[in-house]
Design a protein around this ligand. Sequence first.
Ligand code: ATP
Ligand code: MG
Length: 137
Amino acid sequence: MEQTLSIIKPDAVKKGVIGKIIDRFESNGLRIAAMKKISLSLQDAQQFYAIHRERPFFNDLVQFMISGPVVVMVLEGEGAVAKNRALMGATNPKEAEKGTIRADFADSIDANAVHGSDSLENARIEIDFFFAKREIC
Ligand code: ATP
Ligand code: MG
């Protein structure tokens, strides 16, 4: 059983599609092991996306992530990291396959509805960033 971190980003929360996105996970064998709705601080967002800090889009990305509340979740299931990435679709929704979350709910490469851990190693780091042990069950 793998665990991965998912974030429903501010654009999707504002659109009112939290439930529809969660349904994609639950309908495809991913169990919600932890979940909360939070507003990221500037420092949270900068730390979470620190890997991208040299990229030209870093400031826009951080500002976007603090532009409204997000829903953070731990998803659990067989091959959860890859399964979540497949359900999400490509980073740029214009390139995302039909039926993926980003194709159906995202507007642009900046406002792209969801985040998902890109490896098992990063999943562990990202889960620990947001959740205490007792919150995951
Ligand atoms: P995420 O990490 O949010 O799940 P991802 O793993 O598909 O997305 P990354 O390469 O990790 O993509 O980029 C992180 C985020 O930075 C993307 O979700 C996107 O919003 C933004 N981003 C990535 N590349 C670009 C780009 N070329 N121009 C603008 N924004 C970008
Ligand atoms: Mg990424």
